[in-house]
Design a protein around this ligand. Sequence first.
Ligand code: KG4
Ligand code: ZN
Length: 332
Amino acid sequence: MNTIGIETSCDETAIAILDDNGKLIANEISSQIAAHARFGGIVPEIAARMHAEIINHLYASALEEAGISGDKLGLIAVTVGPGLVPSLIVGISFARALAAALDKPIIGVNHLQGHLMSNFFIDPPPALPALCLLVSGGHTDLILVRDIGNYEILGRTRDDAAGEAFDKAARLMGIGYPGGPAIQAAALNATGPDVTLPRPMLHDESLDFSFSGLKTAVLNFTKRTEREGGVLPVNELAAGFQNAVTDVLVGKTIRAARQSGVETVLLCGGVAANQLLRQRLAEACEKQGLTFFSPPFELCTDNAAMVARAGLENFSRNLTNPALSPQPNISL
Ligand code: KG4
Ligand code: ZN
């Protein structure tokens, strides 16, 4: 049975296909980043329109890449949330139409579970229970994964998500959108010492995060530099910011893993594409005797392979939640 995954929750239109064995045989992604960049963030109405314009072509490309025809699809998995409602509606409507035309089952997927499942493309897959750090544009969650479908959130951000903090800090530094890749690239060019920034809540007892103060620290630094007539050391500021975020994420993840007694740590979400975070978390896990997994680079940011994987795993376990309607704020 081939499984098709459909993802339109934000600004990436994506369609992927898994074969009988769950192997990824098509992974089509169309990013709208260029269309939103001049606004410094995602415009929901533009996002929905662009999903609608491209989704049919992307479906045809995915079938071609997989070398199969539509009647060889056995299961349709589609993201139902969290995300932007107008964008979600495009993917859900397309998936419903496809299911009706092919007379095949359809399953709704939580985008957050999708990110988690981006770690399950290797053989053998990670052993559970595991502790997962999910870091994306909208989420910063420490999740105890007891089993597929059995999750407990141990900590989460109290304000900005890690990806959101990267995006806002990059805007303050004037280095573009999305902020994560821009800050990573700028940090690599740093020649002087890092600008020192706070590590919010690193030593706090809870497993929660807070990144808005870090953003304010960047703002204050840029204002002070301007007031004093200096040149903003963008690369050193980017390096300082990336280091501060990484220290907090790594410190809390290791603490959460130790407190919950698991032996496996998973990283996922768009910020998991960050090289420094991947490297530091891998090193910290090794030091603690924890087995560490991070998704292949191309499966960190939004994609439909993870949606297909989550749909297939849930379908085979008879886990048919969530409902097939847009759910902008659904949690794991
Ligand atoms: O998972 P994702 O593609 O979308 C959401 O579900 O939110 O994550 C997008 C976020 C953006 O905030 C982006 O700046 C961040 O992931 N991101 C990165 C990197 N690549 C993407 N953050 C840090 N370093 C990166 N290399
Ligand atoms: Zn995402």
